[in-house]
Design a protein around this ligand. Structure first.
Ligand code: ZN
Length: 258
């Protein structure tokens, strides 16, 4: 069976678009540089197929025409090692993941081109680390009872303790992000939402407040908690979508993206 390989000009375009960096956000290895022969440069990267070039290989799509299969749209630039892994592990690296890598790599390289050298390095560092930090943010929130347990099962003092702890952990993660970058901005917004909740229940005595249907303080607390959950839920889903992270656990049942 014929392989719909990329013609050389397509490979060159894919490499150029990626600025010769591996497009895997966890890798970002530079795939071009000087060779030991002073007259030659060295290129080690790999133009990987998003949907395989021939049947029986990773992510092959029978509906693609040979032209689509060998077009730049169907490729992304990776280092040799990542190219090898992605070509052999279709389950671990589905089409959506690879398209997501390509899209965010494109955006990152476009942004780097506008910046000076030290900012560029900082962007690259953030590009490598932030998907991992974003995953930690989602994990921190999705398992927290305060965001999904039944209202009448909540003890306000425990809600407060859980939120204090969450703010503390978010602050630690924020230190690893690029200041003013997209993930930093999202974590700041989460912190502000929690702060807003604190402000709105400031007049309540959280230590003694308990579920009681006729108590106006309780219904005020319940409303504030509901607003907090809604706002955090919307932000978390946006964050998870931006970094293509699946939301799991109890939380997912309440805030599954449409
Ligand atoms: Zn790589």
């Amino acid at each position: 069976m014929a392989r719909d390989n990329f013609p050389e000009p397509v490979k060159r375009e894919l490499a150029l678009r990626a600025a010769y960096f591996c497009s895997n956000p966890f890798c970002l290895r530079l795939t071009a540089g000087p060779g030991s022969d002073s007259s030659r440069g060295l290129k080690t990267g790999h133009a990987a197929h998003i949907c395989a070039a021939s049947p029986g290989f990773a992510r092959y799509d029978a509906n693609q025409s040979p032209e689509e299969r060998s077009s730049p749209d169907n490729g992304l630039w990776l280092c040799r090692e990542c190219g090898d892994i992605v070509d052999k592990d279709a389950v671990g690296y589905p089409v959506d993941t690879l398209r997501g890598w390509k899209r965010s790599h494109d955006n990152m390289i476009a942004e780097i081109r506008q910046k000076g050298w030290s900012d560029s390095l900082e962007l690259l560092r953030a590009g490598r680390l932030e998907p991992d930090i974003a995953e930690q943010v989602v994990a921190l929130i999705e398992d927290r009872r305060v965001f999904w347990a039944r209202f009448d099962a909540e003890f306000p003092d425990r809600v407060r303790m859980s939120l204090d702890n969450l703010r503390h952990e978010l602050t630690k993660l924020r230190r690893q992000c690029r200041a003013g970058g997209p993930l930093d901005t999202m974590i700041v917004a989460l912190g502000q939402t929690i702060r807003h909740f604190y402000d709105s229940v400031e007049h309540l005595d959280m230590a003694t407040l308990r579920c009681s249907s006729g108590d106006p303080d309780w219904s005020y607390f319940e409303q504030a908690l509901r607003a907090l959950r809604k706002s955090i839920g919307i932000q978390l889903v946006a964050l998870a979508q931006a970094y293509e992270i699946p939301v799991q656990g109890e939380f997912a049942k309440y805030f599954a993206p449409d």
